[in-house]
Design a protein around this ligand. Structure first.
Ligand code: OAD
Ligand code: ZN
Length: 240
């Protein structure tokens, strides 16, 4: 199958945990999913952090260590090349692992925050790029918390607005490796469809939203995100 790309001007790649699975970062749901073996009520919500910050911070330290051992796969690298080669490529991710940026992508919209930034109640935020042990805010003396959307947190409204703006503009919406059950992200493909975009889903498994997609490519991300399925040189208007 080849996607008829010639006319698409603005393309959104909307990624979830399945995008990083082949890099070795576990997904959240499914057989080896994080939420199968860890209880988010004790590790990934503000209440848990208030009750036992050390436990929650330890969990996130382990995640940072694990993610640093992983590397972007060839699908990530292809996507990063694509963004360098042509205009109109947006990446919106639910992933907090920073893998798209490590592959070289820029302007990635991180819906659920990042393992690589922290914030404090006083408003202070810090962005880190390498492994860091948890530490306290100098001003307040309390622990910085990971700047991640935990269960029960609301998403940053400016970030949602930016994502919706990019989705409204796109004529091709490609969702990669998401189970499409977590809102508001699960509503994004519907938003794209309402705005007339062509919808393509890349996922080896069917999802709850498979039926709304124009095409379902049942392949792992590292294989699907490649020249074979997205023949750039042939169809895209290349800028270099
Ligand atoms: P899920 O773990 O819910 O879903 C992962 C999806 O990836 C599944 O549909 C798999 O079939 C698919 N998948 C697995 N391997 C794949 C591969 N190699 N290539 C392509 N797809 C593959 O992850 P998300 O949908 O991202 O929230 O989960 C959404 C949110 O729920 C996450 O951002 C996280 C979680 O709680 C926060 O961290 C706030
Ligand atoms: Zn502070």
């Amino acid at each position: 199958m080849r996607i008829p790309f010639s006319d698409f001007k603005n393309i959104v790649f909307f990624t979830g945990a399945g995008m990083s699975a082949e890099s070795g970062v576990p997904t959240y749901r499914g057989r080896d999913g994080i939420w199968e073996s860890y209880n988010w009520r004790e590790l990934a919500c503000q209440e848990a952090f208030d009750r036992n910050p050390e436990k929650v911070l330890k969990f996130h330290e382990l995640r940072r260590k694990a993610v640093l051992k992983c590397r972007p796969h060839r699908g990530h690298l292809w996507l990063s090349q694509l963004q360098k080669k042509r205009t109109g490529i947006s990446i919106i991710t639910q992933n907090i692992d920073g893998m798209h940026q490590r592959a070289g992508n820029t302007d990635v919209v991180e819906l659920h925050g990042s393992l690589w930034s922290v914030r404090c109640l006083c408003g202070k935020e810090e962005i880190l790029s390498e492994f860091y042990p948890s530490y306290r805010c100098e001003k307040c003396g309390v622990w910085f918390r990971p700047d991640i959307v935990w269960f029960g947190d609301s998403l940053d409204s400016q970030i949602i607005e930016k994502a919706l703006e990019e989705i409204s503009r796109c004529d091709l919406f490609v969702s990669v490796g998401t189970s499409s059950v977590v809102w508001p992200a699960a509503g994004f493909p519907l938003h794209a469809k309402k705005n007339g975009a062509y919808l393509l889903q890349i996922n080896p498994e069917p999802t709850e939203l498979s039926h709304i997609y124009d095409t379902n490519l049942r392949l792992p991300a590292s294989l699907a995100l490649s020249e074979k399925y997205f023949p750039i040189e042939k169809y895209f208007s290349v800028i270099e």
